[in-house]
Design a protein around this ligand. Structure first.
Ligand code: AMP
Length: 281
């Protein structure tokens, strides 16, 4: 496995693979890898000849009061995990390699970024779209793999690829959880012991929501109220949002109909965690 830090090195290798007629799968990440990331890489390995993973904590997608500086990093451990899965190349650029002096071009999106995380993190998706666009241009993958853990991001990237005619298949992969239900996340490492227990309120509430839908609740206000009430039982939890939206448009809905994304962001102490479920109604 190669670990490279320049755009040029990625391009040289990708060109070589292309000459050999090999297909390329791509998994963009911010590192501090866990089994959630690993599941995307394994899927990429199954579907493509060569797998590229990027590890880049993208400053552009963090708001001023967010956790850019404290975001966990461990390149050695990440490299071991990637190697064990059979990743062929890790692209690990410095910020200056991605955003050279004078950088002033951005990819932005209306519509799908108005609700959910887009509301509480107003500049987030502009940063995500810009960096993913750049990474797509650098790696030129046939297929790119994203987790449903970040369901709005998955919808946004699918839309960007469609709108901007990118010749890339975007593949969504299921949420990987800890044994007790907590969705795996690099940010879980921020939680102390007490908060770690409290964080279970997210996955418990996801299960409650799924059950309510199964039981026939179709009124979104009723569903959301029940989920919020459940979260409020946990003293360490503070709700950012609980919402149900159409999966394709990320627009709010009143009735559970079609493919629905029920998503939440909840602070446990200072740590903001997200979770969701998608249901076909
Ligand atoms: P991140 O490093 O948090 O930016 O995540 C990189 C990719 O891994 C994104 O496509 C995430 O949706 C995906 N991912 C993160 N956590 C999980 C998880 N628990 N299950 C599945 N995919 C995940």
């Amino acid at each position: 496995m190669q670990i490279v830090s320049t755009v040029k090195e990625v391009r040289t290798q990708v060109k070589e693979w292309r000459k050999q007629g090999l297909s390329i799968g791509f998994v963009p990440t911010m590192g501090y890898l866990h089994e959630g990331h690993a599941s995307l890489m394994k899927r990429a390995k199954e579907e493509c000849d060569k797998v590229v993973a990027s590890i880049f904590v993208n400053p552009m997608q963090f708001g001023v009061n967010e956790d850019l500086d404290s975001y966990p990093r461990d390149l050695d451990a990440d490299a071991k995990l990637c190697d064990s899965i059979g990743v062929d190349l890790i692209f690990h650029p410095e910020v200056e390699e991605m955003y050279a002096e004078g950088f002033c071009s951005f990819v932005d999106m209306n519509g799908l970024t108005k609700e959910l995380c887009g509301k509480s993190r107003p500049i987030h998706f502009r940063g995500v779209c810009t960096v993913v666009n750049k990474l797509f241009n650098i790696v030129t993958p046939d297929k790119a793999f994203f987790g449903q853990k970040d369901a709005q991001q998955l919808a946004v990237i699918k839309r960007m690829v469609k709108d901007l005619n990118m010749d890339i298949e975007v593949i969504g992969c299921p949420i990987i959880r800890e044994e007790d239900g907590l969705a795996k996340s690099s940010r879980n490492t921020y939680l102390n012991e007490e908060e770690r227990k409290a964080a279970l309120i997210l996955s418990q509430t996801i299960r409650l929501g799924e059950q309510l839908v199964k039981d026939g609740v179709t009124n979104v206000a009723e569903l959301v109220a029940a989920m919020k009430e459940n979260i409020s039982k946990e003293p360490l939890a503070k709700i950012d949002y609980v919402e149900a939206v159409s999966m394709d448009t990320i627009e709010k809905i009143e009735k559970m109909q079609g493919t629905v994304l029920v998503a939440m962001a909840v602070y446990i102490g200072k740590t903001r965690l997200i979770d969701n479920f998608i249901v076909e109604v």
